[in-house]
Design a protein around this ligand. Structure first.
Ligand SMILES: [Fe+2]
Length: 383
């Protein structure tokens, strides 16, 4: 019998032009002063100004907070809540990739719960719902716009805090593929591969379920079919829409089924070395797959089929090898062929990286139980 499973997703509007509904939705919350959270790149691309205009056209006051790093930090969340309080804001609108959205989630938590953002690390540690939060993603992959996750870096400890709570699911997300046309090819690849990893890890997670499986497999198929085109032709709106749709499917899946060792190890890497999240995931995926395969062979085979492999008649070892090679070749075709060593990680870093990975909430649902030495070996193979 299928175990009990719950499912949480925000209200969302999917399609080109949905960003222009920001003012209407913010006004529906009864707010009058919006904190607009974004970052320098998204401001330069013009998306923050467009959303601001939509909010002002709806009669709302707007305060901006854009001091958000690519891996948002605890002190940035604390600075953001100061701006929110100083101006008496009552609604939060995040425009950007995972970083501004995760920072906005942190600010939303603190707006009603108070305290320091570090206190909310872990699963279900947020007691009160936060201020109304509208997310407008401008990358296609992190899925912070639909997920129950917020990942915040603690610079003093060189690690990331995973906050997992229904309270950080946005109230509304306006998912507009047009905003992803300003991503450069590298960011397109990193975020698209993050979506692929979300789909794979959700599908093999110990908390997987049939309802979520559909979303995971569709995301894998869409990323495989359309990410190369989105990378090569940034203005191809059809490819952009398909990848945005992939990210949405993958986000719905992982938000509810959680993740696994790739994300646990990637959070550890990102906290210590400030690597782009999608890149650190991509550098680990086939190595974690090789470690996990024996614990969930049928499920990994279905991932392989969604990636276009014909595995009929193969022995288990051959299937595992074919999947490893397919992931490696797909990454290579997207320009990712080197290992962690080329990003400044040394053998001497692996002990601490592995300890932090084992402390991450995502490791709990990895299909194969991993100990310190297991994680160290995976890091060594990914060097
Ligand atoms: Fe991710």
């Amino acid at each position: 019998m299928t175990p009990l499973r719950k499912f949480v997703a925000p209200e969302f509007v999917f399609g080109c032009g949905s960003r222009r509904l920001a003012g209407q939705y913010a006004a529906n919350f009864g707010g009058w002063r919006v904190l607009l959270v974004s970052d320098a790149g998204v401001v330069a691309a013009g998306w923050a100004a467009e959303v601001r205009a939509s909010l002002e056209a709806a009669g709302l006051q707007v305060e901006e907070f854009t001091a958000v790093s690519p891996n948002p930090r605890t002190d940035e969340v604390m600075a953001g809540i100061e701006v929110y309080r100083r101006h008496g804001c009552d609604v939060i609108v995040a425009v950007g990739g995972g970083s501004p959205m995760d920072c906005a989630k942190g600010i939303s938590i603190l707006s009603t719960n108070g305290g320091n953002i570090r206190a909310f690390e872990g699963v279900d540690k947020v007691e009160r719902p936060g201020a109304p939060l509208i997310c407008i993603p401008t990358t296609a992959g992190t899925s912070a716009d639909v997920s129950q996750f917020a990942i915040i870096t603690e610079p003093r400890q060189r690690r990331k805090l995973a906050i997992i709570s229904k309270a950080v699911v946005p109230d509304v997300s306006l998912i507009d593929p047009e905003t992803t046309t300003t991503m450069d090819p590298q960011l397109t690849v990193f975020t698209g591969l993050d979506a692929l990893v979300h789909a794979v890890e959700a599908f093999v997670s110990l908390a997987h379920s049939p309802f979520l499986d559909l979303h995971s497999l569709e995301a894998v198929r869409l990323v495989r079919a359309h990410l190369p085109t989105a990378r090569q032709y940034p203005d191809d709106l059809d490819a952009r829409e398909q990848i945005m749709r992939a990210a949405l499917h993958a986000g719905i899946a992982f938000s509810n089924a959680s993740l696994g060792a790739v994300h646990a190890m990637s959070h550890s890497l990102g906290g210590a070395f400030d690597l782009p999240h999608g890149e650190s995931n991509a550098l680990l995926l086939e190595h974690v797959t090789a470690f996990n395969y024996s614990a969930a062979p049928e499920r990994y085979d279905r991932i392989g089929e969604a990636l276009g492999l014909d595995l009929r008649g193969m022995a288990a070892k051959a299937k595992a090898d074919a999947l490893f090679t397919a992931i490696r070749d797909f990454k290579a075709a997207l320009g990712i062929a080197e290992g962690l060593r080329h990003r400044g990680i040394a053998h001497s870093d692996i002990g601490e990286l592995s300890r932090n990975a084992l402390g991450d909430a995502c490791i709990v649902t990895n299909p194969r139980r991993a100990g310190q030495r297991d994680v160290e070996v995976i890091f060594e193979e990914a060097l």
